[in-house]
Every structure is written in structure tokens, then in C-alpha cells.
Design a protein around this ligand. Sequence first.
Ligand code: IVH
Length: 677
Amino acid sequence: MKGEILEKAKKEIEELVKELNYHCYRYYVLDSPVISDEEYDRLFRRLQELEKKYNYILPDSPTQRVGAPPLDKFEKVRHNEPMLSLDNAFNYEELLEFDKRIKRHLKTNKEIQYTVEPKYDGLAIELTYEKGILVRASTRGDGYIGEDVTNNIKTIKSIPLRIDGTSRVPELIDIRGEVYMNIKDFEALNREREEKGEPLFANPRNAAAGSVRQLDPSITASRKLHLACYGLGAVRGVEFTSQWDFIQWLKEARFPTPYIVKLAINIEEVIEAVKELEERRTELPFEADGAVIKVNDFKLQKALGVKTREPRWAIAYKFAAHQGTTVIKEIIPSVGRTGVITPVAILEPVRIGGVTVSRSTLHNWDEIQRKDIRVGDTVVVERAGDVIPHVIMVIKEKRTGKEKPFPVPQKCPVCGAKVVRPKGEVAVRCVGLNCPAQAVERIRHFVSKGAMDIEGLGEKNVQLLFDSGRIKHFTDLYRLKKEDLLSLPRFADKSAQNLIDAIEKSKKTTLARFLYALGILHVGEYTARLLAKRFKRLEDLYHVKKEQIMEIPQIGEKIAASVAEFFSDEKNIKAIEELKALGLKIENPDYEAEKPARKAPLEGLTFVITGTLPRPRKEVEAQIEALGGHAASSVSRKTDYLVVGESPGSKLQKAKALGVKTITYEELLKMMGGTSK
Ligand code: IVH
């Protein structure tokens, strides 16, 4: 009897593991879940319960992805076969030469087939599966010996813990791929770090590498990492004939594969595919620094072999860098709304990746010292995604001796007040209570896009309104009359009316936006949203205690203290009450009383898509349907929303003519409740 119960429990556990792993694959690899988050959580909890009760834990149980304790150091791992690097090509000429070399080596005139994949700019990883079970994940290291990062890699949910979905399960297989972070997630991570006063990652690659090489796997688990599998190491028990065959197998076996893999019948088609990839580069959600071209046939690969560290059968075509070289004309100390003084480099304008760059942040004064940046220096500037350009390094060989170091300011460049540098902080701060720079910056921040979003109030207009005495504080904005503007040089009847209308419109806002707009020290958009989730009404924050805020798991003492201090100051509460009296209406859609059961969020809505989205249209449409919506192919009066991607087609005009609402892909994701990656 007892044995029978145990058998039954084991069977349920096995089924739950299989089912949960399948849903993980639907969600994280295909991006098209078939069950709700709540249902997933319910099954997961049931599994946890049974595992505990019967002490029966399968090696591929999803409960084993997290919870491994921190390590003291990483163990070394020898790769079954070395992980090679790639030779580079910088133009199409060099690709043609690559093709010639291969034909010469193989003594053939026949066309060679190649695959073309994006070159992910991340961290190379090897996954080792024995009898279908993931037993080890290791970094590339020096190519021969890497580090064991199994517990960290297991937290990446798109990585299968067991090979499933195919009958071809090898005895042993080493699968190579790149761990990477999407540009959006990288930027969000940096914003979060900035709010917490932590050092920023220079680019998505460093963020991905830094997240994997963590002794504490729970830190890795908190980062949004992805994997693209593209390479085969040792294998026993299954044969693959070509790269294409291998990629198809990876897909079948539920591994995440590169965004695009093209099979080209000759080098001309390779060049076409590379061209297309480079043109579409900005639409990729991740940073790709080139394309990787591989001889498709594994027999030919073997015949070509390896020269020292690079295979003869593959090459990386490097895209034009998102970097440029220019000269620093000037360094100016810029005073922010919290009084922090940041150095900004004014550059000789330079085109980088299609954009003219003429200023760049130097982050802080330590950074200037560390990189030894001087006025007049020739420097390398990089733009990664939409990130503010930054100076990577000084080209010291170009120095003439006339370059001047820029000292840390001892006085505020705007109000002349003393500056302080709190212990342990890199920030230099102006303590002038009436510093006009801070006042202007606070107003600029208040009206900015993520805050009250008052259109037509750019930097220049804020400065003008401030200098002319029309506003001293952001509360004054809501007292402005059209006449106040008409007497100013930059305003005519129409522009004045537009601004008054925009100010009026901004009165209706959300608690998250408003909290962010207030410019509380350390409260960025992310923290503001966390606060709005917890506190229903603005008034609930008046005289709030630090401890109450620290109940929010993601908020630490420093931020909590800053929020509590802000709301303990009567001056601030008075300013808020004044805004309310002037007609400000605050709603709080972010508030989570209890986590509400998410029903089909798109129920009853019809969507049409035009232009290119960051993901395949079919997938997006499937997701719309999965969430209760309807995805139609043409615009009509029945269409609720037109989702507009890159280079939209004629559907956009039609939607405008019919008055159909248009939204961006990001807005669609929001409506979906952020179920996407
Ligand atoms: S194939 C011998 N494919 O680029 C083949 N590598 O510069 C070696 N990489 O260490 C790898 N995307 O970390 C390959 N689609 C791709 C890749 C890729 C990124 C990285 C990989 C490798 C480095 C070589």
C-alpha cells in the first residue's frame, strides 16, 4: 500500500517536471505561452510540495534552477574539445578571399554552401549533456580550460535541463552558445544600478559576462539573460551532417537558436545575407557586432581543419563599429537636480552609426582621473544601442603636450556654493540651497517624458521661463496663463496656447509618474513604480516611516531613508497639496492590493500589425490570440489598435483615415501585461 502511494507520487512528480519544462520552453524560447502565469505558479508549487514530502527530486526539475548556495570560487573545467576563436573579415573582398582559400584548400571549383548567423556580443558558454541531462555549464576561459558556472547557467530559463522533444538523444553532447542580454534589459539594469548608486556596466556584453560570473547564483537569476546556441563540440551517439542539420536538431530539441540562420548556396548569397543582416541590425533586440559565416557541411569542415586557434571553415564579418574617434573641445561641469556635478565632454562632432555625436558623459570625476582624460585629447567614443555615448579611452599617442587636465570643481560652477564629496561616494555635490541650476534641473525633470510629460517644454523653454521669472518652482507651471507666455520672445499665439493645453493635459497623471517627477533623491522610474505598487494613494506616503518602505523587497535602506525624509518635510507636502489645489488628478493603476488574477488582458480587442516588429509577426499574432485578442490582417472600422513597427505600410494611412488608434510594439507589450521576455 505504502509502496503504491510512493509510486503514484513519483509518477505525478515526473509528469509535473515534464509539463513545467514544456511550459518553460513555450514561454522563454518560443515566446508563446499556452497557460497563464498563475497556472504555472500553481503547478510549480504542487511540484515543490511533492518533492519535499517524498524527497524525490529529478535532475531536470525546474525547482533546481534556483536556490544553489553561493560559491567561494569557480572550479576549473577542461573542455572535451577546445573552444576556438574566429578569424575576422572587415569587407566583402575579404569574404571572397575566404571562399577562394577554402576552394583552394579543398582543391575544388564547386560552390560551397555556408550558413550565416548573427555574431552575438556576449559570453561564450558550453553546455554538457550526458544521457540527455544537463550536467555542466562552463565558460570558454582560454579555450581549453574554463570555469564551472553550472548553477548560474541553470537559472537561465530558456536553457533545457533535459533534452526533450527529439528521439535523437546523444550519449554525450557539448553544445556551445552565447549568453547575452537584450539592449532594453541592459539599459533598465543600468538605470536601476544608477538609482542604487552602483557602478554601471559599459555595454550589454559586460553586463551579461558580469551576471554569469557571479559566485552567488541568485544574482544571476535576477538578471534577464538569454542564450543563443550555435555550435557543436564533442558528441557521441548521434551524427550530424551539417551546421544546418545541427541547428534544426537544436530547434527540435527545444534549444534557443540564433535569431536568424540563413543557408547560402554560395559566397554571393552569403554577401547578400550579410548585407541584409547589417541593414536590419538596429531592429535586433540584442547587440550584434557582426555575422558568422560557417562552411555548412561537417565533412568539409573536418577536411579544412584548424590553424592554431581558428578553424579554416568559419569567419566573422565585423559590422562597422559603433565607435568613433574625435577630440574633446571642452569639459563642462553640469549641475543636476540633486546638486550632483557631472563632467560632460563637448566633442568635435563625429558621425557614429548614423548619428552625430557632439557631447558625451564622463560619468564622474574618478573616471576622468582613471582614464586620464584631458581637454584637447583625442578619444574613442562608443554608442551602444540607445545609450548615451561615452568615452572609452584616450589615444595617448596623439598627445601634443597642450592637453589640459580638468580639476574637480571646488565650487559650484552655477551658484558658487561649496561642494561636498560624501565619504565612499564618487559624486561631487553642490550644497547651495538656492542653486538655480538645481531649480531649473528639477523643473526640467518634472516636465520630462517619463515624468509629467509636458510636450513643448524643452530645455530652452524651461530656462527661459525660469530666467524671466515666470516660474521659480514646478508648482508655478500650473499658474501660468497664456498672457505670461505671449510677452516672451519664443512664444506666438499658437505655441503659447499649445503649451497651456499641454500643461492642462498633464494634470491627469499616475502616482508612479508623479513620484518620479518629484525628483526625490535616488527615486528613478523603477523605484517610483515599486512605491506605486505598494501605496495606493499619494497621501499614504505623507510622514511615512523608513521601515514601511523597506518592506518592499527591492528597496534598500538608502532609498527608503531618502523617501521618508522627503515626505517628512512639510515644505514638500505643502507643494504637493498646492498642486492638488491647482487641479492635479492622480490615479494609481499600478497599485497591487493582492496580486490580481490575470484574465485574458486583450479580451474582445482586434489588432492589426504593420511594419517590422522586433519579433516575428506570426509569434506576436499568436500571443495576441493567446491573451484573448484577435489578430486581423487588414484595417477596418472594427480594428481597435494598429500596432506600428519599423517602415509601416499603407495600413497606417488607412488607420489614420478611419481614426483607428495606433500603438507601438512596446505599448502592445504593456497591454499584454509584460508577458513577453
Ligand atoms: S562559432 C569555431 N557562432 O564569437 C567557431 N561564434 O570571435 C567559434 N560568437 O568565441 C564560434 N556569435 O563567443 C560562433 N553565431 C556565432 C557566434 C559566435 C558569437 C562568439 C563566440 C566566439 C567568438 C569568436
